[in-house]
Design a protein around this ligand. Structure first.
Ligand code: COA
Length: 202
Protein backbone atom coordinates (compact mmCIF):
# COMPACT_ATOMS: atom_id res chain seq x y z
CA UNK A 1 0.00 0.00 0.00
CA UNK A 2 1.31 3.46 -0.91
CA UNK A 3 1.92 5.64 2.14
CA UNK A 4 -0.74 8.36 2.47
CA UNK A 5 0.49 11.93 2.25
CA UNK A 6 -0.84 14.62 4.54
CA UNK A 7 -0.01 18.28 4.89
CA UNK A 8 -0.08 18.98 8.62
CA UNK A 9 -1.13 22.34 10.06
CA UNK A 10 -0.01 25.90 9.28
CA UNK A 11 3.70 26.38 8.96
CA UNK A 12 4.07 22.82 7.70
CA UNK A 13 2.37 23.67 4.41
CA UNK A 14 5.59 23.78 2.43
CA UNK A 15 6.55 20.23 3.42
CA UNK A 16 4.32 17.26 2.81
CA UNK A 17 4.63 14.66 5.53
CA UNK A 18 4.59 11.08 4.29
CA UNK A 19 2.76 8.80 6.70
CA UNK A 20 2.04 5.05 6.68
CA UNK A 21 -1.57 5.73 7.62
CA UNK A 22 -3.61 8.92 8.08
CA UNK A 23 -4.59 7.50 11.51
CA UNK A 24 -1.13 8.48 12.69
CA UNK A 25 -2.21 12.13 12.79
CA UNK A 26 -5.10 11.52 15.23
CA UNK A 27 -3.02 9.05 17.27
CA UNK A 28 -0.24 11.64 17.39
CA UNK A 29 -2.60 14.32 18.69
CA UNK A 30 -3.98 12.00 21.42
CA UNK A 31 -0.43 10.91 22.35
CA UNK A 32 0.74 14.54 22.61
CA UNK A 33 -2.30 15.55 24.70
CA UNK A 34 -1.75 12.65 27.16
CA UNK A 35 1.99 13.48 27.40
CA UNK A 36 1.24 17.19 28.04
CA UNK A 37 -1.28 16.33 30.76
CA UNK A 38 1.09 13.94 32.52
CA UNK A 39 3.90 16.54 32.28
CA UNK A 40 1.62 19.06 34.01
CA UNK A 41 0.95 16.82 37.02
CA UNK A 42 4.53 15.49 37.17
CA UNK A 43 5.92 17.93 39.78
CA UNK A 44 3.12 16.95 42.17
CA UNK A 45 3.42 13.18 41.64
CA UNK A 46 7.22 13.40 41.97
CA UNK A 47 6.88 15.37 45.21
CA UNK A 48 4.54 12.69 46.62
CA UNK A 49 6.92 9.93 45.48
CA UNK A 50 9.89 11.78 47.04
CA UNK A 51 8.11 11.94 50.39
CA UNK A 52 6.97 8.31 50.26
CA UNK A 53 10.43 7.00 49.20
CA UNK A 54 12.38 9.47 51.38
CA UNK A 55 14.46 10.25 48.31
CA UNK A 56 14.92 13.31 46.11
CA UNK A 57 13.22 13.03 42.74
CA UNK A 58 13.64 15.98 40.34
CA UNK A 59 10.23 17.64 39.87
CA UNK A 60 10.40 17.21 36.10
CA UNK A 61 11.84 13.69 36.00
CA UNK A 62 9.70 11.30 33.96
CA UNK A 63 8.94 8.41 36.31
CA UNK A 64 6.58 5.84 34.84
CA UNK A 65 4.29 3.37 36.57
CA UNK A 66 5.88 0.25 38.19
CA UNK A 67 9.03 2.14 39.19
CA UNK A 68 10.22 1.32 42.72
CA UNK A 69 12.71 3.77 44.20
CA UNK A 70 14.56 2.94 47.44
CA UNK A 71 15.38 5.29 50.31
CA UNK A 72 17.99 8.04 50.14
CA UNK A 73 18.19 8.04 46.34
CA UNK A 74 18.90 11.07 44.18
CA UNK A 75 16.96 10.93 40.94
CA UNK A 76 17.86 13.74 38.53
CA UNK A 77 16.09 15.06 35.47
CA UNK A 78 15.98 11.66 33.81
CA UNK A 79 13.55 9.34 32.11
CA UNK A 80 12.52 6.14 33.89
CA UNK A 81 10.17 4.85 31.22
CA UNK A 82 8.32 1.55 31.71
CA UNK A 83 6.23 2.07 28.55
CA UNK A 84 3.05 2.60 30.55
CA UNK A 85 3.82 -0.25 32.92
CA UNK A 86 4.82 -2.87 30.33
CA UNK A 87 8.12 -3.15 32.18
CA UNK A 88 9.39 -2.61 35.70
CA UNK A 89 12.25 -0.60 37.23
CA UNK A 90 13.71 -1.07 40.68
CA UNK A 91 16.34 1.26 42.15
CA UNK A 92 18.14 0.33 45.38
CA UNK A 93 18.72 2.55 48.43
CA UNK A 94 21.22 5.38 48.11
CA UNK A 95 21.59 5.16 44.34
CA UNK A 96 22.18 8.31 42.27
CA UNK A 97 20.68 8.59 38.79
CA UNK A 98 22.02 11.75 37.15
CA UNK A 99 20.37 14.11 34.67
CA UNK A 100 19.67 12.96 31.13
CA UNK A 101 19.80 9.25 31.98
CA UNK A 102 17.29 7.19 30.00
CA UNK A 103 16.03 3.87 31.32
CA UNK A 104 13.79 2.40 28.64
CA UNK A 105 12.00 -0.78 29.67
CA UNK A 106 9.90 -2.13 26.81
CA UNK A 107 9.23 -5.29 28.81
CA UNK A 108 10.93 -7.22 31.62
CA UNK A 109 12.89 -5.45 34.33
CA UNK A 110 15.75 -3.13 35.07
CA UNK A 111 17.11 -3.74 38.55
CA UNK A 112 19.72 -1.27 39.82
CA UNK A 113 21.37 -2.15 43.14
CA UNK A 114 22.20 -0.05 46.18
CA UNK A 115 24.62 2.91 46.27
CA UNK A 116 25.25 2.95 42.50
CA UNK A 117 26.17 5.95 40.36
CA UNK A 118 24.42 6.03 37.00
CA UNK A 119 26.03 9.05 35.36
CA UNK A 120 24.75 11.54 32.82
CA UNK A 121 23.50 10.58 29.37
CA UNK A 122 23.62 6.86 30.14
CA UNK A 123 20.98 4.65 28.58
CA UNK A 124 19.74 1.29 29.88
CA UNK A 125 17.63 -0.33 27.17
CA UNK A 126 15.85 -3.68 27.69
CA UNK A 127 14.31 -4.00 24.25
CA UNK A 128 15.17 -4.07 20.59
CA UNK A 129 13.21 -4.49 17.36
CA UNK A 130 13.15 -7.91 15.72
CA UNK A 131 14.52 -7.76 12.20
CA UNK A 132 15.02 -11.42 11.09
CA UNK A 133 12.42 -11.32 8.30
CA UNK A 134 13.02 -9.35 5.08
CA UNK A 135 9.38 -9.56 3.89
CA UNK A 136 8.00 -7.59 6.86
CA UNK A 137 8.72 -4.05 8.01
CA UNK A 138 10.94 -3.93 11.10
CA UNK A 139 8.23 -1.74 12.64
CA UNK A 140 5.83 -4.72 12.49
CA UNK A 141 8.10 -7.54 13.66
CA UNK A 142 7.74 -6.79 17.35
CA UNK A 143 10.21 -6.28 20.13
CA UNK A 144 12.48 -8.68 21.94
CA UNK A 145 13.32 -7.87 25.57
CA UNK A 146 15.81 -8.97 28.23
CA UNK A 147 16.24 -7.89 31.84
CA UNK A 148 19.14 -5.67 32.89
CA UNK A 149 20.60 -6.17 36.39
CA UNK A 150 23.16 -3.90 37.95
CA UNK A 151 24.64 -4.96 41.31
CA UNK A 152 25.42 -2.80 44.35
CA UNK A 153 28.13 -0.08 44.36
CA UNK A 154 28.50 0.11 40.57
CA UNK A 155 29.62 3.18 38.61
CA UNK A 156 28.18 3.47 35.12
CA UNK A 157 30.31 6.12 33.37
CA UNK A 158 29.19 9.07 31.27
CA UNK A 159 27.18 8.33 28.12
CA UNK A 160 27.39 4.56 28.40
CA UNK A 161 24.79 2.26 26.91
CA UNK A 162 23.77 -1.00 28.58
CA UNK A 163 21.82 -3.33 26.33
CA UNK A 164 19.21 -6.03 26.98
CA UNK A 165 19.99 -9.15 28.97
CA UNK A 166 23.14 -7.77 30.61
CA UNK A 167 24.05 -8.39 34.25
CA UNK A 168 26.67 -6.13 35.80
CA UNK A 169 28.18 -7.58 38.99
CA UNK A 170 28.60 -5.79 42.33
CA UNK A 171 31.27 -3.09 42.43
CA UNK A 172 31.85 -3.03 38.66
CA UNK A 173 32.83 0.13 36.75
CA UNK A 174 31.73 0.91 33.19
CA UNK A 175 34.05 3.45 31.51
CA UNK A 176 32.64 6.54 29.82
CA UNK A 177 31.16 5.96 26.39
CA UNK A 178 31.08 2.17 26.60
CA UNK A 179 28.45 -0.06 25.06
CA UNK A 180 27.87 -3.04 27.35
CA UNK A 181 26.60 -6.05 25.43
CA UNK A 182 27.79 -8.89 27.71
CA UNK A 183 27.75 -9.62 31.44
CA UNK A 184 30.37 -7.87 33.58
CA UNK A 185 31.98 -9.79 36.46
CA UNK A 186 31.94 -8.22 39.95
CA UNK A 187 34.60 -5.54 40.62
CA UNK A 188 35.67 -5.53 36.97
CA UNK A 189 36.32 -2.33 34.99
CA UNK A 190 35.10 -2.51 31.40
CA UNK A 191 35.57 -0.01 28.57
CA UNK A 192 34.97 0.43 24.86
CA UNK A 193 32.52 -0.57 22.16
CA UNK A 194 31.71 -3.35 22.82
CA UNK A 195 32.84 -3.08 26.44
CA UNK A 196 35.73 -5.38 27.39
CA UNK A 197 37.49 -5.79 30.75
CA UNK A 198 40.47 -3.42 31.15
CA UNK A 199 41.27 -4.14 34.81
CA UNK A 200 39.82 -5.07 38.20
CA UNK A 201 39.24 -2.85 41.21
CA UNK A 202 41.59 -2.77 44.19
C1 COA B 1 36.94 3.73 33.67
C2 COA B 1 37.90 4.80 34.21
C3 COA B 1 37.48 5.14 35.62
C4 COA B 1 39.28 4.15 34.18
O1 COA B 1 40.18 5.01 34.75
P1 COA B 1 41.68 4.49 35.08
O2 COA B 1 41.63 3.31 35.98
O3 COA B 1 42.44 5.67 35.51
O4 COA B 1 42.15 3.90 33.68
P2 COA B 1 43.29 4.48 32.71
O5 COA B 1 43.01 5.88 32.36
O6 COA B 1 44.61 4.11 33.32
O7 COA B 1 43.05 3.59 31.40
C5 COA B 1 43.33 2.20 31.36
C6 COA B 1 43.15 1.73 29.94
O8 COA B 1 41.75 1.79 29.62
C7 COA B 1 41.53 2.65 28.51
N1 COA B 1 40.32 3.43 28.80
C8 COA B 1 40.06 4.20 29.88
N2 COA B 1 38.86 4.76 29.78
C9 COA B 1 38.34 4.35 28.60
C10 COA B 1 37.12 4.61 27.94
N3 COA B 1 36.19 5.39 28.47
N4 COA B 1 36.91 4.01 26.77
C11 COA B 1 37.85 3.21 26.20
N5 COA B 1 39.04 2.92 26.79
C12 COA B 1 39.27 3.50 27.97
C13 COA B 1 42.75 3.56 28.46
O9 COA B 1 42.96 4.04 27.16
C14 COA B 1 43.84 2.64 28.91
O10 COA B 1 44.20 1.80 27.84
P3 COA B 1 45.77 1.43 27.58
O11 COA B 1 46.19 0.67 28.81
O12 COA B 1 45.74 0.61 26.34
O13 COA B 1 46.46 2.73 27.44
C15 COA B 1 37.85 6.11 33.38
O14 COA B 1 38.55 5.92 32.17
C16 COA B 1 36.44 6.53 33.03
O15 COA B 1 35.87 6.19 32.01
N6 COA B 1 35.81 7.31 33.93
C17 COA B 1 34.44 7.72 33.78
C18 COA B 1 34.33 9.23 33.99
C19 COA B 1 32.87 9.63 34.04
O16 COA B 1 32.02 9.04 33.44
N7 COA B 1 32.59 10.65 34.78
C20 COA B 1 31.22 11.10 34.93
C21 COA B 1 31.09 12.04 36.07
S1 COA B 1 30.79 11.19 37.59
Amino acid sequence: MRPAKAAVGKGWELSEVSLHSPGWVSRGIVFTAVRMLSALVRPLTNLIRSIVCQSFIHPLAMVGPRVNIGRGCLIGLCRLDTMNGAGEISIGDGTVVYNKVEVLVHGGKVIIGKHCLVTRRTALITGGHRFNRRDELIQKQGIVCGDIRIGDDCWIGYASIVLKGVTIGDGAVVAAGSVVTRDVAPYTIVAGVPARPISVRG
